[in-house]
Design a protein around this ligand. Structure first.
Ligand code: KIV
Ligand code: ZN
Length: 518
């Protein structure tokens, strides 16, 4: 291993989840937390417990389930009630951290907090001390640090380290920094805070200028030893620094940075896929590391070079990031064992029942289409992933459409073990009719905000993946499904989204009541 270890602090479930339309329920957060543990992140920021009962519950469950393997962190403003909630939510975790924050920049002091410098210092110290009564591992963030007067920033950092902070995070809250500017801020702290060696300096960058990853790497060069990041760069506005990009930059350029992380890079692609699938936030095709085109060489001259010697045009190997790609998978006669091995290589850990379902789906698909690819397998498994928790299941549907007929759909749905319910509706087209019939049965009224179709692999017989985003009473819900029949995929995707809305209607658990930036 090269040089120091960089602590990878993942905030997908906190800062990432603050991204509009990306909220996750507790079951989904647990699924992402499991993937993050397997990925090997050092700290999982699981949420902001004071924000809502749903957030508190998610942090508590993640703490109970994974807090013996990975440090679980909860966010708190510098307020007694926030810190008390964070303590409550982390109670079951053996490895735990409280992350306390308070804005320090002049703009925030004057307009948001209406506090002067001495009040800020006093509040920061007392909050860190209060959190420290509960656990040793305390992180303090001077929010909007990058726009804070440097000498005042040094004073805050010094006093909070004295009060017990073991990590001092330097957030570029509004994505204002540039790489050389951020380098100077971190260097200044290293040179001017007398007790700085007692804490780890952390980078936390937002991507408003598209510089979050570059800034984070600059901080590492300047001596930061923790980086805060999210899978796929999810996060408020333009997002946070992308974990996969930071990790692969550090690994690929170990010759330059001379540091390393503990991340199992082969899990990067599957984790990215999972987060995209759960949040409904698509990964752009040309996204670095995890985009569909990240390893595709189109130009003949490149293809020729790669065939002769991969390193001519490839700085990373697709297999190093667990890229599923278009590898042709086993055919319909492949056995269960070979299938299971492939599923594990693709980054999934399924129990026996889950594996059996996935295998049955694979055989059914292999009957319908000649060639089954890795991407088909990923899609099939994700298709089933959250199904068990859905109350409403599709029993059957029938559509009729054409140039001289009114598009109509008849649907049968079943809610848990209640009698099957049937209804019909007309629409602009068969898919619209299906959606309307479902809403009638479930007594939910939804507005369709996004509808995307893509082909999962190649060829005319490829599976189609449909993603929908719906708006029910001002809240957004995503659904995704695959099938070789696009109406079937659309129906299942819509039903998944409606199921999420239905579960909120029954137990309105989440929905932030306090903003992390308040
Ligand atoms: O961007 C930011 O300032 C934050 C803090 C809460 C650390 O997310
Ligand atoms: Zn942030």
């Amino acid at each position: 291993m090269t040089g120091d270890q960089i602590v990878i602090f993942d905030t997908t479930l906190r800062d990432g989840e603050q991204s509009p339309g990306c909220s996750m329920n507790t079951r989904e957060k647990l699924e992402v937390a499991r993937a993050l543990v397997e990925l090997g992140v050092d700290v999982i920021e699981a949420g902001f417990p004071i924000a809502s009962p749903g957030d508190f519950d998610a942090v508590s469950q993640i703490a109970a389930k994974f807090g013996d393997r990975t440090t679980i962190c909860a966010l708190a403003r510098s307020r007694e009630d926030d810190i008390a909630k964070a303590k409550g939510a982390l109670a079951a975790a053996a490895k735990r951290r409280i992350h306390v924050f308070l804005a320090t920049s002049a703009i925030h002091r004057e307009f948001k907090l209406k506090m002067d410098k001495s009040q800020i210092i006093e509040r920061a110290i007392s909050s860190v001390k209060l959190a420290k009564e509960f656990c040793d591992d305390i992180e303090f963030s001077p929010e909007d640090a990058v726009r804070t007067e440097l000498d005042f920033l040094c004073e805050v950092v010094e006093k909070t380290i004295d009060a017990g902070a073991t990590t001092v995070n330097i957030p570029d809250t509004v994505g204002y920094a540039t790489p050389s500017h951020y380098f100077k801020v971190i260097s200044y702290l290293k040179q001017n805070v007398p007790n700085i060696s007692k804490a780890i300096i952390s980078a936390h960058c937002h991507d408003d200028l598209g510089l979050a990853v570059a800034n984070s790497l600059s901080a590492v060069e300047a001596g930061a030893r923790q980086v805060e990041c999210t899978i796929n760069g999810l996060g408020e506005r333009a997002g946070n620094a992308a974990l996969e990009e930071i990790v692969m930059a550090i690994r690929t350029r170990a010759d330059y940075y001379k540091v390393h992380t503990k991340i199992n890079t082969q899990k990067l692609y599957p984790t990215s896929h999972l987060v995209s699938s759960i949040t409904g936030m698509k990964v752009q095709r040309n996204k670095a590391i995890v985009g569909q085109n990240a390893f595709a060489h189109e130009a003949g001259i490149h293809q020729h070079g790669v065939l002769q010697e991969r390193s001519t045009y490839e700085i990373m190997r697709p297999e190093d990031v667990g890229y599923a790609g278009q590898n042709l998978v086993l055919g319909k006669h492949s056995g269960r064992h070979a299938f299971r091995d492939r599923v594990v290589q693709l980054g999934f850990s399924l129990d026996d029942a889950g594996l059996q379902k996935a295998f049955d789906d694979f055989i059914a698909l292999a009957d319908k289409k000649k060639e089954v690819y890795d991407s088909d397998i990923v899609a099939l498994i994700e298709n089933r992933m959250d199904e068990a928790a859905d109350r409403w299941k599709m029993i059957s549907f029938h559509t009729s459409a054409g140039t001289s007929t009114i598009p109509t759909a008849t649907i049968e749905l079943q809610c848990e073990d209640q009698p099957i319910m049937c209804d019909a509706a007309t629409g602009d087209g068969p898919i619209d009719a299906v959606f309307k019939a479902m809403e009638r049965i479930m007594e939910l009224s939804a507005r369709l905000e996004e509808f995307d179709v893509r082909s999962v692999s190649e060829g005319k017989d490829a599976q189609g993946e449909v993603r929908v985003t719906i708006n029910v009473n001002g809240r957004h819900y995503q659904g995704k499904a695959v099938s070789t029949d696009i109406i079937d995929a659309a129906a299942h995707a819509y039903l998944k989204a409606l199921n999420k809305a239905d579960s909120d209607r029954r137990a309105p658990a989440s929905g932030a009541t306090a903003s992390a930036n308040a």
